[in-house]
Design a protein around this ligand. Structure first.
Ligand SMILES: [Zn+2]
Length: 149
C-alpha cells in the first residue's frame, strides 16, 4: 500500500478536526473566517499564493447545494410559498457559512497537499540536504575561524 493511503485515516481525522494537512497537529484556523499564514507546528504556508483558495469556492458551492436542494424540494413538496423557500435557503446557507467556508478550504488544501503537491509539506522538502550542506559550510567556516594561522 502506498504511504499516502496508509496515512489517510489520520489525515481524514485531521481534516475533520480542522488541523494542518502536513503535521496534523497545528490548527488551520485562528478565527471564525481566519487562517494563520503558516502552521504553528510545522511551518506549512497555508496560502502559498494570492487566489490559492479560489477553487474552494466550487467546493463551497457544491456543499451549499447539498443542503439547499433537499430543503427546497421538501418545502416545495409541502406547498410552502416561494418567499418562504428562498428565506429558508438563505437562512440555512447563512447559518452554515462558517462551516462551509472552513471545510471547503480544508478539502481544497488537503487534496492539493496530499495528492498533488506533497513537496509543500516541510517533512517532504528536499531541505535536509540543503541544510546539511549549509551546516557543513558553517562548520567549515567556524573551523577556519578557529584554526590557528
Ligand atoms: Zn503543520
Amino acid at each position: 500500500m502506498s504511504p499516502i493511503l496508509w496515512r489517510m485515516p489520520s489525515k481524514l481525522k485531521g481534516m475533520l478536526l480542522q488541523l494542518c494537512p502536513c503535521c496534523v497537529k497545528g490548527r488551520a484556523f485562528s478565527g471564525l473566517f481566519k487562517m494563520p499564514e503558516r502552521c504553528a507546528v510545522c511551518g506549512l504556508r497555508f496560502e502559498p499564493e494570492p487566489g490559492y483558495f479560489a477553487g474552494a469556492l466550487y467546493i463551497s458551492y457544491a456543499m451549499g447545494l447539498v443542503f439547499v436542494i433537499p430543503l427546497s424540494l421538501w418545502m416545495i413538496h409541502r406547498d410552502y410559498s416561494t418567499a418562504a423557500v428562498i428565506f429558508a435557503c438563505v437562512g440555512v446557507l447563512g447559518a452554515l457559512s462558517p462551516l462551509m467556508f472552513r471545510y471547503s478550504r480544508l478539502i481544497w488544501i488537503y487534496f492539493d497537499v496530499l495528492l498533488f503537491d506533497t513537496r509543500r509539506c516541510p517533512e517532504n522538502r528536499s531541505a535536509p540536504s540543503e541544510n546539511g550542506d549549509a551546516s557543513a559550510r558553517t562548520r567549515s567556516k567556524s573551523a577556519d575561524a578557529k584554526a590557528p594561522r
